[in-house]
Design a protein around this ligand. Structure first.
Ligand code: SF4
Length: 363
């Protein structure tokens, strides 16, 4: 059983902090959906053993018509899928839209709320406001969505600890089954980074960012959420099955421009360009061969991948799989890693410097 990721690279506008691959060429949606259908038809043998999860991510998948998403799900033909998730912008949520998705088998929504403060949302270039986000959650519940994931961002310019507490209050009041949180990254070339370089906005102090992360972690735990991955919290029974595949080295298939696939040996990826992707799929329909890039992972790369992904999870690294115990002894003595029941995992303090720990452990 595999997980299928479908990349929908369209956004109605670009958020000021974002450097993901996405496009505002909304007039190309029909051609793109057609290309996706071609890719599904050509690759369907890859999931003949069954599909466990489907995840529509982006970009903004809710920029497609609900009927198009329903059609793609039907063509993937995953009647037995346990989890079908669609990422949505709160602005795009309507009862009709969600009812069409529900009928097609979608049972999980992931909404990028980011903040409940309109000043902050405007600054980072989000399309929605706080009121729309709250209304979108209520419409999702009305449509019968019982598994809802909400994203919040911290470390936003001007965001204070008090404001973050209010964001957490509002988030928890909405009772999502799943929460994801991300610290703002100052990516090169984005509008927000340019504003920072010109002195218009200032980054939040790193100590405050860490305190914000800890505050959400503590409050989520008190509210009954399991902190099962560095950025993710879930009520019991609501961990993301799709994302858990990535973290537990389960093969996955990526469809669409820039989407990656992985079968434990080879990682392959489609071209990160909308027009080239459409042309490649049109060509493949004639030739039966899809052009893509790939790399074969050697033993060391697979080991490093395992370390990187498992240290992000609550479960951690299986001690027997660790090749260099010396590299972690210092972290264990400093309380940044801990050992329990044959596993090494990152402590809450260690999560603050996770990237540094990983760099020192990988070979
Ligand atoms: S909606 Fe998501 S993918 Fe699109 S610009 Fe904003 S952050 Fe980036």
């Amino acid at each position: 059983m595999v997980g299928i990721y479908v990349h929908i690279p369209f956004c109605a506008s670009r958020c000021h902090y974002c450097d993901f691959y996405s496009t505002t060429a909304l007039n190309r949606r029909t051609a793109y959906v057609q290309a996706l259908k071609q890719e599904i038809a050509l690759r369907r043998d890859e999931w003949k053993e069954g599909v466990r999860t489907i995840y529509f991510g982006g970009g903004t998948p809710s920029q497609l018509k609900a009927e198009d998403i329903a059609d793609l799900i039907k063509r993937i033909d995953a009647k037995q899928a346990e989890e079908i998730t669609v990422e949505m912008n709160p602005c795009d949520v309507t009862l009709d839209y969600l009812q069409t998705l529900r009928t097609a088998g979608v049972n999980r929504l992931s909404m990028g709320i980011q903040s409940f403060h309109n000043e902050r949302l405007q600054l980072i270039g989000r399309r929605h406001n706080a009121e729309q986000a709250i209304r979108a959650v209520s419409i999702a519940r009305e449509a019968g969505i019982a598994n809802l994931s909400l994203d919040l961002m911290y470390g936003l310019p001007g965001q204070t600890m008090d404001e973050w507490e209010e964001d957490i209050d509002q988030l928890l009041a909405l009772h999502p089954e799943h929460i994801s949180t991300y610290c703002l990254q100052w990516e090169e070339g984005t509008q927000l980074t340019t504003m920072m370089e010109k002195g218009i906005v200032e980054p939040v102090d790193e100590e405050i960012e860490m305190a914000m992360y800890d505050r959400l972690t503590d409050r989520a735990a008190t509210a009954g959420y399991e902190h099962y991955e560095v950025s993710n919290y879930a009520l019991e029974g609501y961990r993301s099955k799709h994302n858990s595949s990535y973290w537990h080295d389960v093969p996955y298939i990526g469809l669409g421009a820039a989407a990656h696939s992985y079968d434990r040996q080879i990682r392959r990826w489609n071209v990160s360009d909308l027009e080239q992707y459409i042309a490649i799929m049109a060509d493949a329909t004639q030739t039966g061969v899809i052009k893509y890039d790939f790399e074969r992972l050697n033993d060391t790369e697979r080991y490093n991948e395992y370390i990187m992904l498992s240290l992000r999870t609550e479960e951690g690294i299986e001690l027997s799989k660790l090749r260099n115990i010396k590299a972690i002894e210092q972290y264990l003595s400093e309380g940044l890693l801990e050992q329990e029941n044959g596993y090494i995992r990152t402590t809450q303090r260690g999560l603050h410097i996770l990237n540094r720990i990983i760099e020192n452990i990988i070979t």
